[in-house]
Design a protein around this ligand. Sequence first.
Ligand code: ADP
Ligand code: TRP
Length: 325
Amino acid sequence: MKRILSGVQSSGEPHIGNYLGAMRNHIAMQDTHECFIFIADLHALTTVRDPKKMKQDSTEIALDYLALGLDPNKTVFFRQSDIAEHSELAWILSTITPFGLLERAHAYKDAVAKGMKDPTTGLFTYPVLMAADILMYKPDLVPVGKDQKQHVEITRDIADKFNNIYGETFPLPDEHTPDDVAYILGTDGENKMSKSYGNVINFFAEESRLKKQIMGIKTDSTPMEEPKDPDSCAVYKIYSYFANDSEKKTMADKYKGGDFGYGDAKKILLQKVLDYFNPYRQKRIELQANLEYINQVLKEGADKAKKEAQKTMDEVRKKTGLGQI
Ligand code: ADP
Ligand code: TRP
């Protein structure tokens, strides 16, 4: 069985883009792969400085993933900061990482281009910590969104450098970005769904808020009675992410037939989203009432991850000449 590893940084309340583009994949892979998924709180520390929020965010992502079906008996699910070895390996890798490689990294370059004042060293070396996260567990595949592909490429460069200096240690991991769901359209009908555009559908939101988000999807002003083009409508596109072929055809025929308004389409979409996510929404409510269980899951996950991390670090220390003889 191939091993996969991915980190998730809290990005606030999850939306359909996060779900279809990342979370659902992570969870589906637990049946076909040996999975390691972790909450990247050390990475989050580059932007979050409120300790309460830091803790709360970790709990929320754990709730999201467990509610959506992550099974801690199949997936090693843990918090990055529980495994101190990540920081240790990041340091060791930083000593062989060319400065120029990090200067070319998008995340840093974009932050500076957007006028970030006094960028921190942590933001600059973010890809090195990510390389440590990945190489520690020697995965075959790293499922990531398009925006993170470059970080996996940097990871390969760093691994290659380490192997050249110290001998074959780290297999070079591949990134994995499924193409068909790599771009989920937002409710503005123009941009990729993203919290930074305010065009999201938060599937765990209370029903009234969810309804508002869906009823607010931007459509053109074709009058109710006239035929409409489903393929150029955001409501139809979003519906098609969840509907089966026959449901899609029924909806498309209604668009083309006229006497079917965008409001009607939105009501059908709302019901679809509610039906689809209802079991997960219920599960999340149950889990929320049992936070002790969440702690327990993350603790057991950390115990399993730690064993792997220690194995790698023993090897790395030996190869680099660090630690006891
Ligand atoms: P946001 O854009 O809302 O800030 P993030 O950048 O935090 O979302 O994304 C978290 C994960 O969800 C990433 O793996 C990203 O590729 C995926 N993702 C986010 N939005 C979309 C989208 N609209 N379509 C596909 N995948 C998405
Ligand atoms: N940087 C990733 C993000 O923002 C999260 C992450 C941290 C990660 N370490 C990782 C993803 C290792 C994959 C592998 O989404």
